[in-house]
Design a protein around this ligand. Structure first.
Ligand SMILES: [Zn+2]
Ligand SMILES: [Zn+2]
Ligand SMILES: [Zn+2]
Ligand SMILES: [Zn+2]
Length: 383
């Protein structure tokens, strides 16, 4: 369930608490809220509609979907003026009367479409692959239509990704909880909300997803993916302690599941170090990275983006620590000089990672410079 609150007073009900309307499954914290909703909240009129739509979860998803489509269409309005849908060839959708969207790498007159047409196409392609048992590989390719433009092969961004997330969820939510497509749809919705920046909404979806996977006893690797997504939502919301706790758990899980040399484990270590630094736990970040960087050196080439990221966060943990020693500040500067040189060569000067590291290098040099001045002053006083 994504709806985890009382429909009247918003008390958190988790996945199974509370009292359900016997007809439409809308949930309440108890009989009082249910009674109030019926008598004053308009539920006497809505109940039938909700039941007809397939219950509270479906009704909510349909409503959210329609809202997300209007937002996406409005955001794309300047770009889509005078264009037509490449799927149905119309400007206005014949049934929903919705306008067009385009949020991918398509340019010129290519790639304009209705969210409804994109969603219908994705649904038909996936249904066909399921019905004809076309195999995991084909299913995965077709699943991409829920998040990636078939023309330019770039993932949709912003509110189009969000609207397609709701489209996907409302398509599969009626299936049993153990159904693979339903689980994928839930994580697609979480990702769509995340990409569009609706982090509060993403949080409730991702929490629901993780607890569902745990309840079903899913494979640890699937749980690790869900945890990784949830941790990044915590970070987006500024809940750094939650993020840290989860990333510590993820790193331990990756060590267990994949071993220390696996790419996933190194990514998890990098994320964990970022969270340690965000929580000003510099010593822990440094000692983690001193353990992980030699492993990265063994399994990644020096110019690998992940290797660069690990060094970047290590240097930041060194020079942002208020208790850093002079040697640590010097080490931060030399580490960054080294990585900036590699990044310029491999990624180019315009790459955000290169630019970020150049900024870090300036800050590290400034910290070292300030310390040198101080050391000189202290030295002069001694003389
Ligand atoms: Zn209530
Ligand atoms: Zn009802
Ligand atoms: Zn269309
Ligand atoms: Zn495109």
């Amino acid at each position: 369930m994504i709806l985890t609150q009382c429909a009247v007073c918003a008390t958190e009900l988790g996945l199974s608490l509370g009292k359900k309307c016997g007809r439409c499954s809308t949930r309440y914290c108890g009989p009082e809220c249910q009674k109030q909703h019926w008598e004053e909240g308009g539920h006497d009129k809505l109940c039938k509609l909700i039941k007809k739509a397939g219950g509270a979860e479906q009704y909510n998803a349909n409503k959210k979907y329609a809202e997300a489509v209007s937002v996406a269409v409005a955001k794309c309005a300047d770009d889509t003026k005078g264009q037509t849908c490449y799927i149905c060839t119309q400007a206005l959708h014949w049934k929903t009367k919705e306008g067009l969207v385009r949020m991918c790498a398509c340019r010129g007159t290519a790639g304009f479409a209705h969210v409804s047409c994109l969603a219908e196409q994705a649904k038909i392609l996936n249904d066909e692959a399921e019905e004809n048992n076309l195999g995991r590989k084909v299913l995965n390719e077709r699943w991409n239509r829920w998040h990636t433009c078939s023309l330019c092969e770039q993932m949709y961004h912003g509110d189009v990704a969000c609207a397609l997330g709701w489209a996907c969820w409302r398509t599969y939510l009626g299936r049993p909880e153990t159904n693979h497509a339903r689980q994928c749809a839930m994580s697609r919705l979480g990702n769509g909300l995340h990409v569009a920046g609706y982090h509060e909404d993403a949080l409730s979806v991702r929490e629901a997803e993780l607890s569902l996977l745990r309840r079903l006893g899913a494979d640890e690797r699937n749980i690790l993916v869900a945890q990784t997504n949830l941790a990044s939502t915590y970070i987006e919301l500024g809940r750094h302690e939650y993020g840290l706790r989860m990333r510590r758990e993820i790193y331990a899980g990756c060590l267990r599941s994949y071993g220390e040399e696996h790419r996933e484990t190194l990514v998890a270590a990098n994320n964990y170090a970022v969270s340690l630094k965000l929580n000003s736990r510099f010593d822990e970040a440094k000692s983690l990275l001193r353990k992980v960087m030699p492993v990265a050196r063994r399994v990644l080439v020096e110019s690998h983006e992940l290797a660069l990221r690990l060094k970047k966060i290590y240097a930041r943990a060194l020079h942002e620590d208020p208790g850093a020693t002079l040697d640590e500040l010097r080490e931060a500067v030399t580490t960054l000089e080294d990585t900036v040189r590699i990044a310029r060569r491999v990624l180019g000067g315009a790459h955000p990672l290169t630019k970020g590291m150049e900024r870090d290098l300036q800050l590290a040099r400034a910290a070292l410079g300030a310390r040198d001045v101080e050391a000189l002053r202290v030295g002069a006083m001694r003389v």
